[in-house]
Design a protein around this ligand. Structure first.
Ligand code: NAD
Length: 279
């Protein structure tokens, strides 16, 4: 795999207007990359693009709802028309719902909200950008943001976990497809643990109200054992640098906290023990 030359690179970061995405934008900008800051909240995108410019980078804010394939296609057209190429695509925009609630109490609207942004947002980004990225030469890189939620099963968090587990699955397959096709494209899945962003408030502001309150919701507290897995909350500003290190290392995964593997190992052991031949 080749090396990324940030000073010549064009990057697109979705959900770039805040939190983890903003941190990624600013780390890329500090290395001289041109960064498209994509966010559904136009003012947030504009403000972070301005911060990137303040760091000496070229930056373009784009207002886009990643759950809408037509809008993501239009953003890809604009990006390729403006800069001629895309070297790094970070599919990071994501939402959550609070309070935690069991799947059987979740409203249809909330289910669609989370799947449309967290899963289809990533799919739309890949489908809009990859065909043109694949025709370029030189090292390119994809980042898809998942979550520690997929590593530790959290009661009350099934919709979100399902959306992110789907991202894990498609990312791992994509990596093999790049190898198969001889594409010099790295594929890193970002697993944030507990990062102190405003995701709860921001997601609440974007969440559709229709039907959200028409069902009884049983809130679940996050279980203590889950808290123990998560370690110290991390300020979002740290994540951008972590991710760029992972990209430079060509790492398949970037985890923001040391992952305790006991629960994962138990799961693998149970899968291995789950072979029940009938003949
Ligand atoms: N903060 C955490 O503890 C944590 C943990 C695990 C995973 N994550 C994931 O990290 C990613 C970033 O989250 P964050 O904590 O920085 O949240 P954040 O709310 O601070 O930032 C997310 C950004 O995405 C934007 N966005 C939301 N829906 C969008 C849409 N449809 N189209 C375009 N932009 C949209 C928001 O406006 C916001 O600016 C998300 O995918 C999230 O699920 C976060």
């Amino acid at each position: 795999m080749g090396t990324i030359e940030y000073s010549n690179a064009v990057a697109v970061v979705t959900g770039g207007g805040d939190g983890i995405g903003r941190s990624i934008v600013l780390s890329l900008a500090a290395r001289g990359a041109t960064v498209v800051v994509a966010d559904i909240r136009e003012e947030a995108a504009t403000s972070v693009a301005r911060e990137a410019v303040d760091r000496g980078a070229r930056s373009l804010p784009v207002a886009v709802d990643v759950s809408r394939s037509d809008q993501v296609e239009a953003m890809a057209d604009l990006t390729f028309d403006t800069f001629g190429k895309v070297d790094i695509l970070v599919n990071n925009a994501g939402v959550t719902t609070r309070p935690f609630c069991a799947l059987w109490n979740a409203s249809q609207d909330d289910l669609e909200f989370v799947i449309d942004v967290n899963l289809y947002g990533v799919v739309n980004g890949l489908r809009a950008f990859l065909p043109r990225m694949r025709t370029q030469s030189g090292r390119r890189h994809i980042v898809n943001t998942s979550s520690f939620a997929t590593l530790y099963d959290t009661p009350g968090h099934s919709m979100y976990t399902a959306s992110k587990a789907a991202v894990n699955g498609l990312s791992d397959v994509l990596r093999e497809e790049f190898v198969d096709q001889g594409d010099d494209i790295g594929m890193t899945v970002l697993f944030p643990g507990r990062v102190t962003t405003d995701i709860g408030t921001t997601s609440a502001g974007l969440r559709p109200r229709r039907g959200s309150a028409d069902r009884e919701v049983i809130p679940y507290e996050i279980k203590r054992r889950f808290d123990q897995e998560f370690h110290e909350p991390l300020p979002p500003d740290r994540v951008g640098e972590m991710l760029l290190r992972a990209i430079e290392a060509g790492a398949s995964y970037c985890v923001t906290h040391p992952a305790t593997v006991d629960a994962m190992r138990r799961k693998v052991d149970e899968i291995a023990a789950g072979y029940f031949p009938t003949d």
